[in-house]
Design a protein around this ligand. Structure first.
Ligand code: ZN
Length: 263
């Protein structure tokens, strides 16, 4: 029998994940954290506290929500501009209150929203339906670290598209102080899966996809072969690149207003 305190199977590659430290979740539940010896993925013990952690799906303390959505709308526009059909259909997966979907439609992209846990406040009328087939690119920001079953959840996203632009902070290269890493956020209990660059490389390979990253936070799984250097520099030059990415697009703000008004 496996001693839970010592090791667990890695949720990504099934190799041994060894105990690394304990941490108090939501100031009340003590959880162990495990690191995969092979792919370096880190997972908490079975997160029995999730129901409580999601009583309010978007944290009250998440003061960066609006700013992050503006930043991600720029990054998404640039990635679409360089490598995808800008007239295609796009989906913001686990899109929260629908802010990114609205921002992307305001820029001029045909964007849709889906999220089983949140109310679509900012982009009503643009929920994903069965008619929305052939999604060019899915965006999934700040989602992967919330996944209880990353393989199952990723496969759900892959049913929509083989191109996924997502964000999650990579485990730092130097893990000496990993128990103090701010991205663990034990206070709110929602971050339960943490990825090394290697673990994401392996995941992409498993589904025969190419993997691109900025080495910190922004990642792309795609069937396409693109420039590694250009992709990794997008966050650094996002303001200037965003300026070019909008050329030739016309905002859907007014068009949507008329469309929703007719419903
Ligand atoms: Zn692993």
């Amino acid at each position: 029998m496996i001693n839970k305190k010592i090791k667990q199977p890695c949720k990504l590659c099934k190799n041994n994940a060894g105990f690394i430290f304990d941490k108090k979740i939501m100031n009340k539940y003590l959880s162990s954290y495990y690191e995969c010896k092979k792919c370096k993925f880190i997972q908490t013990e079975k997160p029995y506290w999730l129901k409580e952690a999601y009583e309010n799906p978007i944290n009250d303390e998440d003061t960066g929500l609006i700013r992050r959505n503006f930043g991600m709308s720029k990054i998404s526009s640039i990635v679409i501009f360089f490598w995808f059909n800008k007239r295609g259909l796009f989906l913001d997966y686990a899109g929260g209150y629908g802010l990114l979907t609205r921002l992307m439609r305001d820029i001029g992209f045909n964007y849709y929203w889906t999220d089983p846990f949140c109310l679509n406040i900012f982009s009503p009328g643009f929920e994903l339906t069965k008619k929305n087939k052939k999604i060019e690119l899915v965006t999934a920001f700040e989602l992967f670290e919330h996944m209880e079953n990353p393989i199952k959840d990723l496969e759900k996203i892959l049913k929509h598209s083989k191109n996924i632009l997502f964000s999650t902070k990579l485990i730092p290269k130097n893990t000496i102080n990993i128990s103090k890493w701010d991205y663990l956020y034990p206070e709110h209990g929602q971050h339960i899966s943490f990825y090394s660059q290697e673990s994401l490389e392996n995941l992409a390979k498993k589904y025969k996809l190419n993997y691109y990253t900025d080495g910190v936070m922004i990642h792309l799984f795609t069937e396409k072969k693109i420039s590694k250097i250009l992709f990794s520099n997008i966050p650094r030059f996002k303001d200037i690149l965003y300026f070019f990415s909008k050329i030739g697009l016309s905002s859907k703000t007014h068009e949507d207003n008329i469309r929703i008004g007719k419903k």
